[in-house]
Structure formats: structure tokens, C-alpha cells
Design a protein around this ligand. Structure first.
Ligand code: HEM
Length: 145
């Protein structure tokens, strides 16, 4: 349980860093009207997609084994959770699943597009909103404490 929690905690740095790089790269490519290349732009977006999915899986495992996840909901009931407990057990997991759905939609849509500009725009918007959702529900206090 501690191993999974530490893994999720340390991987968060990597996932956030790679997502920020992917969004920044897509926005600069979009606004700068660059060509979307396989060896750089596709790789960065794919790397961000894979790492965030691994984080999703580790998070899901954590949700089922951590005392702050499903167990907290079962013991205290939805209404019994205070704000910090609700963030860990409900808001963070739920929001991040939605964020991962957005990122995945962005990835599959960009693949079907032909023009570089539309690819960059799609990744900018879907990965960008996904990243904002993730950032909005990180348990910052607990993480960086
Ligand atoms: C994909 C992006 C995600 C990121 C960047 C992320 C990041 C984090 C961070 C930084 C923490 C605090 C760790 C600490 O206190 O040291 C955390 C805790 C937690 N995360 Fe995530 N997470 C993500 C997705 C998920 C998902 C999808 C779930 C569940 C479905 C989840 C479940 C949890 C749970 C249950 C905790 C509380 C663990 C505990 O305190 O015992 N996470 N997450």
C-alpha cells in the first residue's frame, strides 16, 4: 500500500511535467503554424498519453486499497466526509478520470486529422483542459507537505 502511494506520489511530478511540455509544445506549434512531425510532436503527445494512463491505473489501485479512498466513503458515508477527505476520495479520482477521457479523445481525434494546424489545436485544447482539471484537484497540501 505504501509502495503504491509513493509510486503515485512521485509519478505525479513526471506526469505533470510531461503534460505541461505536451500542452506547451502543442500551443506553440498551433500559434507558430509549425509542421506536426512524427519524431517530435507525435512522440511528446504519445508519451504524455501513456504516462497519464499509467498514473490513472496506479490511482485506481490506490482508490481501492488506500484508507483515504473507497474505505473512507464506506466508513463515513458520502455526507460524512469533510472537505479534505472528499477531495481525496471523490473529487480527485472523479476529476482525473474525466481529465483522462478528455486527453484520450484529444489523442484519437488528432490522429484522424490531416493538417498540422488542426492536430496542434486539438491537442492544445483537449490536453490543455485535461491538465487544468488535474491541476484543480491535486491534494497540494498533503502532496507537498
Ligand atoms: C492522472 C493524473 C493524476 C495525478 C497527477 C495524481 C496525483 C496525485 C497526488 C500528487 C496525490 C497526493 C499524493 C501524496 O499525498 O503524496 C494523489 C493522491 C491520490 N490519488 Fe491521484 N493522481 C492522478 C489520478 C488519480 C486517479 C485517476 C485516481 C483514482 C481513480 C487517483 C486516486 C488517488 C487517491 C485515492 C489518492 C489518496 C492516496 C492516499 O492519501 O492514501 N489519482 N494523486
Amino acid at each position: 500500500m505504501e509502495i503504491i502511494k509513493n509510486l503515485h506520489s512521485y509519478m505525479a511530478y513526471v506526469v505533470l511535467a510531461v503534460l505541461i511540455i505536451a500542452v506547451f509544445n502543442a500551443i506553440t506549434g498551433w500559434l507558430g503554424k509549425r509542421d506536426f512531425t512524427m519524431h517530435k510532436d507525435l512522440r511528446i503527445s504519445l508519451f504524455a498519453l501513456i504516462l497519464s494512463h499509467i498514473q490513472l491505473l496506479v490511482g485506481l489501485i490506490l482508490f481501492f486499497i488506500s484508507s483515504s479512498g473507497l474505505k473512507a466513503i464506506q466508513t463515513l458515508g458520502m455526507g460524512g466526509l469533510n472537505a479534505p477527505a472528499r477531495l481525496l476520495a471523490v473529487e480527485h479520482p472523479f476529476t482525473n478520470i474525466v481529465a483522462l477521457v478528455l486527453i484520450t479523445i484529444g489523442w484519437s481525434r488528432h490522429k484522424k486529422m490531416m493538417e498540422s494546424n488542426r492536430k496542434f489545436k486539438t491537442i492544445s485544447l483537449f490536453y490543455g483542459f485535461g491538465l487544468l482539471l488535474i491541476l484543480s484537484r491535486i491534494p497540494w497540501g498533503q502532496w507537498l507537505a
